[in-house]
Design a protein around this ligand. Structure first.
Ligand SMILES: [Zn+2]
Length: 62
């Protein structure tokens, strides 16, 4: 099974992270856009590895 992609946050995403524009959710939540678990979405490289990006662009702490 391939590893999930590990993007680096874009400058715009970094601004959102620092502004607290993220929320906690269970990794077992289903993404409304693609129907997969939040766990199956990309997550950032360190030091933001606790943040996943779901299809609608939300930044989610699992
Ligand atoms: Zn999705």
């Amino acid at each position: 099974m391939p590893l999930r992609p590990r993007p680096t946050p874009t400058p715009e995403q970094l601004v959102r992270i620092e502004a607290g524009d993220i929320y906690r959710a269970s990794g077992d939540c289903i993404c409304e856009a693609c129907g997969k678990l939040y766990y199956d979405h990309p997550y950032f490289k360190e030091p933001y590895e606790f943040i996943n990006i779901v299809c609608n662009g939300d930044l989610v702490k699992l």
